[in-house]
Design a protein around this ligand. Structure first.
Ligand SMILES: *Cc1c(COP(=O)(O)O)cnc(C)c1O
Length: 246
């Protein structure tokens, strides 16, 4: 990772939601600020909406440049975190309810176990689907994927829980999703259950053609967030749906 701090005078801020703290330790890799949607893998059960900001307190803020932090200048490298905790959290009221915090903590205790099962399920399902000639599957550990080496180095050799495949047409993508029995259609990720969605008509509905293309989102793309189900259940569910619909 380039040292953004010294070269451009800006902090390196990383959304590590999909990587999870189990697979990647961004601060050790040079990130200054790490954000997580804890509604996803950290919670694990899709039952509480919340987020986390982790400040490594590694960035030397230039308070002439980052003017909103200037009143917190006396805190030095802690200025951003203190502003978030006081100015933003206290004044905007974005405070997590105790019950939702409890659900997150309960879920977090099994993060490692879930990630091992999820990564193994995603890998075996993605590899199986990649052998179907009509499909184009994207998953970091697949041969030929440009992120394969990086996932080996930075992801403990795992590929995470999310992959996409292109079904050939929008209609085929819809048909496959509608045919699945175990996987639910939902916009969430990081659930215990396998979830599928058609990104082009949902998450990327407001994006331009160019933005979608850069994100790898096409009309026939299906996103899969793999859960903790037994791959022996998931694989037949997907292969049968694909056999019926392509
Ligand atoms: C879901 C998600 C968010 C937003 O989090 P919410 O908990 O839904 O507000 C941000 N970043 C990533 C990568 C996400 O997947």
């Amino acid at each position: 990772m380039p040292d953004s701090r010294t070269r451009y005078g800006i902090p390196l801020v990383l959304d590590s939601t999909t990587a999870t703290p189990y697979l990647v330790k961004p601060i050790e890799l040079g990130a200054d600020l790490v954000i997580h949607s804890s509604s996803k893998y950290i919670n694990g059960g899709g039952n509480a909406v919340s987020g986390v900001i982790v400040d490594a307190e590694s960035f030397s803020w230039d308070f002439d440049r980052y003017k909103a932090l200037a009143p917190f200048g006396k805190y030095g490298k802690m200025a951003y975190g203190v502003r978030m905790a006081t100015d933003v959290r206290e004044n905007l009221g974005c405070c997590l309810s105790p019950f939702h915090a409890f659900l997150n903590i309960l879920g977090m205790e099994t993060l490692g176990l879930r990630m091992e099962q999820i990564c193994e399920g995603a890998r075996s399902l993605a590899e199986t689907l990649a052998r179907i000639p009509e499909l184009q599957v994207r998953y970091p550990t697949l041969p030929g994927n440009p992120y394969r080496e990086l996932s080996e180095k930075q992801f403990r050799g795992r590929g995470g829980g999310i992959f996409t495949f292109r079904a050939g047409s929008k209609q085929k993508a819809f048909d496959v999703m509608n045919h699945l029995r175990y996987a639910a259609r939902a916009s969430n990720i990081g659930d215990l259950r396998t979830l599928v969605i058609h990104p082009a008509s949902t998450l990327y509905i407001h994006s331009s053609e160019e933005e979608r293309r850069r994100a790898g989102v096409f009309d026939d793309t299906v996103r899969v967030s793999v859960g903790i189900e037994d791959p022996d259940d998931l694989i037949p569910d997907f292969t049968e749906a694909i056999r019926c619909c392509l």
